[in-house]
Design a protein around this ligand. Structure first.
Ligand code: GLN
Length: 542
């Protein structure tokens, strides 16, 4: 029988519910339990696919093509188990389902209300993961903060769910903040008390409190919180700031979060968690033998969450290479032909990021021209790959004004074309080419040396594609189309023959990089940056 853990947040947002959920899941998984994590988001968008990255950071895409919250990326990176549409549900989707049922007449003339219809739909979406029979434990993270108007139906759904399933089959963890008042020299517990009180007013009593704090908690403080919030002292967990998110599972292990959860759920505490490979990863991450500087050229650089998965992929690939990757964010709008050498000087590699629309596009193209001509390792992702194709057309094939139809519908050389199946689409939400598609890699290419095999699948999120009318011209001039979709013929990977490392992918490799499986294209790219660094700084050790 599946057990359910709910993670709520109090006092403020950004306390790291996603990382705590993923860390707990990691510990339970390493004790042999089958675990998945679900995120319920209280906003009204059907999914984050239509959201500007400045709103909530990147949109994470699952194997089955769901556009989801970036926390699902953490779940996959920690657990190395794929998630799906069922792992992320928004208020918009809940209401859409209920309204569709109402239109079908499913409610048989009843008045459709938040309670019970919306709460029933929320509960059904929680239970759906448990009903697959694939998991011993489902962890459901509630987005938002207790007390928000839009979170109310979720808290009510949790209350009902607990009542229906019983207290040994469900558990609530409340994540809260202990602010430190420097003037008083103290950690303050009052916001936590108020937040728990509010949760209890809604009928939900937390079993475990995870307290985010910048200072150590004394035993007395733990006792005080336990007494006033009505939880066991050992269920008051300290969550101190960590130097990396990947330390958090070990910090939670020390606090025995997993043991307390298993005890409360009346599940056997099997063998000690096997975290050997996790610790090996951390060891490499913290003891690099080399260092590189890589530029991330994009237009959302003011908000690093917009590139969360790329950033994490560099952490995985860096550890694999025992190399510290210093990521430098460079705004593509600030790059032009005159300053490009100065902007990119001193970098050992450049990644041009995914994106949509015209803003900053010429800066990306200038950056690519510079790294191509100067043999600096390059990695282009989705729009970054498309920009590499455009740059090559303009500056090598001599097709001036070549462009993507997305940026210039009147270009004489549409080297990046709108996909056939996209031409009739008018709705923006959920209509891109999304999710996993196969790709066949040509032997003897850089892509093949990275993957070590010819058949792969990667995740996608785009409307435009390499225009195959120009395929021959590109291949003849040295830009190889090294990865092709075997079913549609769509170009998936391009690379340059005469360049130490110049690779672009139409897909998003960053969505598949995990601690257990760093993505091969990131691993190779960091390796190329290391070689570049060594060759250009020969006195320093490799
Ligand atoms: N805007 C481009 C397209 O739709 C690239 C998308 C992306 O980078 N994810 O094809």
């Amino acid at each position: 029988m599946t057990k359910y853990v709910f993670v709520t947040g109090g006092v403020t947002s950004s306390l790291g519910k996603g990382i705590i959920s993923a860390s707990l899941a990691k510990l339970l998984q390493s004790r042999g339990y089958r675990v998945t994590i679900q995120k319920l988001d209280p906003y009204i968008n059907i999914d984050p696919g239509t959201l500007n990255p400045y709103e909530h950071g990147e949109c994470y895409v699952t194997e089955d093509g769901a556009e989801t919250d970036l926390d699902l990326g953490h779940y996959e990176r920690f657990l190395n188990v794929p998630t799906s549409q069922a792992n992320n549900v928004t208020t918009g989707r809940i209401y859409q389902n209920v309204i569709n049922k109402e239109r079908r007449g499913d409610y048989l003339g009843k008045t459709v209300q938040v309670v019970p219809h919306i709460t029933d739909e929320i509960k059904a979406n929680i239970q759906r993961l448990g009903d697959t029979g694939e998991y011993d434990i489902v962890i459901t993270e509630l987005g938002g903060t207790v007390g928000d108007i839009e979170s109310l139906p979720y808290i009510e759904a949790v209350r009902q769910f607990r009542w229906e399933h019983g207290s040994t089959n469900t558990l609530v963890i409340h994540l809260t903040l202990l602010p430190y008042l420097a003037a008083a020299g103290e950690l303050k517990t009052k916001p936590t008390q108020h937040s728990v009180k509010m949760l209890m007013e809604y009928g939900v009593h937390p079993d475990i409190l995870v307290c985010r704090t910048e200072h150590r908690m004394t035993p007395d403080l733990r006792k005080k919180i336990a007494l006033f919030c009505n939880v066991n002292v050992n269920a008051v967990i300290e969550s101190a700031d960590a130097s990396t998110i990947y330390d958090v599972p070990l910090l939670m292990l020390k606090e025995q979060l997993d043991r307390i959860v298993l005890t409360k759920l009346k599940l056997p505490i099997k063998d000690e968690p096997n975290l050997d490979s996790w610790k090996e990863f951390l060891g490499k991450l913290k003891n690099p033998t080399s260092e590189v500087k890589i530029g991330l050229v994009g237009k959302y650089v003011e908000l690093p969450d917009a590139y969360k998965s790329i950033c994490e992929s560099f952490i995985h690939a860096g550890a694999k290479n025992e190399c510290k990757v210093n990521l430098q964010y460079i705004h593509s709008e600030h790059i032009n032909a005159e300053n490009v050498a100065e902007k990119l000087g001193g970098l050992d590699g450049v990644l041009v990021a995914p994106g949509f629309g015209n803003r900053g596009i010429e800066g990306k193209i200038d950056a690519i021209k510079y790294v191509r001509e100067n043999n600096i390792p390059f990695f282009g992702i989705c729009l970054g790959m498309q920009c590499a194709v455009i740059e090559f057309a303009r500056n090598v094939l001599g097709l001036s004004d070549a462009h993507s139809l997305e940026m210039n519908p009147d270009t004489p050389y549409p080297v990046i074309n709108l996909m056939e199946e996209q031409k009739q689409i008018t709705n923006m939400g959920g209509t891109m080419r999304l999710g996993a598609y196969p790709c066949e890699i040509k032997k003897g290419t850089k892509a093949f040396s990275a993957y070590g095999k010819s058949r792969i699948t990667e995740r996608h999120r785009h409307r435009y594609e390499f225009n195959n009318d120009y395929l021959q011209q590109y291949n003849d001039a040295g830009m190889i189309t090294s990865g092709i979709n075997p079913d549609s013929g769509l170009v998936e990977i391009i690379e340059l023959k005469n360049h130490p490392y110049f690779v672009g992918g139409q897909f998003h490799p960053e969505l598949k990089s995990t601690v257990a499986n760093p993505h091969p294209l990131f691993v190779k790219f960091v390796d190329a940056a290391k070689t570049y660094h060594y060759e250009n700084n020969p006195k320093k050790s490799k």
